[in-house]
Design a protein. Structure first.
Length: 146
């Protein structure tokens, strides 16, 4: 896998934080957990339930020392969301996210959570229409294409 961070952009790899002084290409030759700075949510940005869930999943990826604790927090938060939301599409996607995380594909779960932000905003604003993400917006997983 090849990643190309911009000058000054941070890359979080297996708990380490790297910062390039210029645009570089990094080829990752083995399995690692990484996030580009543009996908990292700061604690003060966790203003909605899904952003809080994203933050817990993100910690599982970028801080291996507390991955277990973050996983417990993620599971508790997800259970609360499943008990709180009534929207069928949201519930379906949250169950898929749970399955993705159980299969240790946390990076994919982060992408799936981000795709639900518009639906969450609509639900929280009290709008009743359901947003259906297009296939091009869906995470790259077989169950999303069916």
């Amino acid at each position: 896998m090849k990643i190309t961070p911009r000058a000054g952009e941070k890359v979080y790899i297996n708990g380490a934080i790297l910062c390039a002084d210029r645009k570089v290409s990094l080829e990752i030759l083995n399995d690692v957990n990484f996030l580009l700075e543009s996908h990292v949510l700061q604690a003060d940005e966790t203003t909605t339930p899904l952003r809080q869930l994203y933050y817990a999943a993100q910690i599982m990826l970028i801080n291996p020392l507390i991955r277990h604790e973050a996983s417990i927090t993620f599971k508790r938060m997800l259970a609360n969301l499943l008990a709180t939301f009534e929207n069928p599409l949201m519930l379906k996607e949250l169950k898929l996210i749970d399955e993705i995380v159980c299969n240790d594909r946390v990076f994919e779960a982060l992408k799936a959570i981000r795709l639900l932000y518009p639906l969450e905003a609509q639900i929280l604003s009290g709008e009743l229409e359901t947003i259906h993400p297009t296939h091009s917006d869906q995470p790259n997983r077989p169950e999303a294409i069916a």
